[in-house]
Design a protein around this ligand. Sequence first.
Ligand SMILES: [Zn+2]
Length: 311
Amino acid sequence: VTSVTILNYHYVRPLKLTRFPKINGCDLKRFETQVVDIHEAFQILKPEKLLEVSVDPPKTKGKPFAMLTFDDGFRDHFDYVFPILDRLGEVGAFFPPAQAIMSRVVLEVHKAHFVLASSANPSMLCKQVDLYVEENGLGDPVDFAKTFKVPSPRDSAEVIYVKRMLQRGLPAEHRAKLASELFRRFVTDDESAFAEELYLTSDQIRTMRSHGMHIGSHGDKHLWLSTLEPHDQLKELSASIDFLHRTGHSSRDTLTVCYPYGDHNDSTIQIAEQLGFKIGFADRHGVADLGSDSIFSLPRVSTSDFTMTAP
Ligand SMILES: [Zn+2]
């Protein structure tokens, strides 16, 4: 059995020193300790090596395999993650959504994160959501609450409610509208300045690439791919390939995709294969088993669930 612990990071920053200490991220200190531990205990794979061991498993037992993945194209990845990996001589796989980098807009999903990390209290945010539902005749808030107002191990029912309503609960055009309204009200009315501060630039991506970091696709607009018709999935993934080429991807580089929200279906995998992708990362929780998991749907381990005793 060839197993690979694929770590999944989003925000990595010195949380207490930032304007949004409540953001659900990995604190820089914790990250540094974790990566140094992983560097010592594991063999950290780059995508090419992962492909190699997936077809040709090692005959002798060495250090267990791990891989480090970073979603969403945050500037954190250049400022904090890249220097640490570079110093250790390790490779990370980074997945920036094309639109955030090229158009400097704040993606809906991140608007929701920062609204929740703002000083607005969760029950007040719930009220705002319900008010929006009523004003726009979208149904009875009580029905939405039945489905979406359920606590998770990490978040209160109210936080989950706002999160889910903005992620999937409301119809797409209303999600975008409500996320923007709440973002303007509770975070900032200067979206492009915020995007500038939040996301990597193309130049930073090129620099990371030239230092050996892997850059893969995270779609164009960060959509739930399984909810799209195949031709729209094709558009999303093709646009992300164009973006990779514009930031220095060469035909010799391995194409990988990390599905936004981990969301994909059979068509996604088919399309990804046709477009030349070699590996697909999902958000299912677990250690990847290269013998039984599809190389186009590899599970990952969220950094908050990871302890060194895991493997
Ligand atoms: Zn993402």
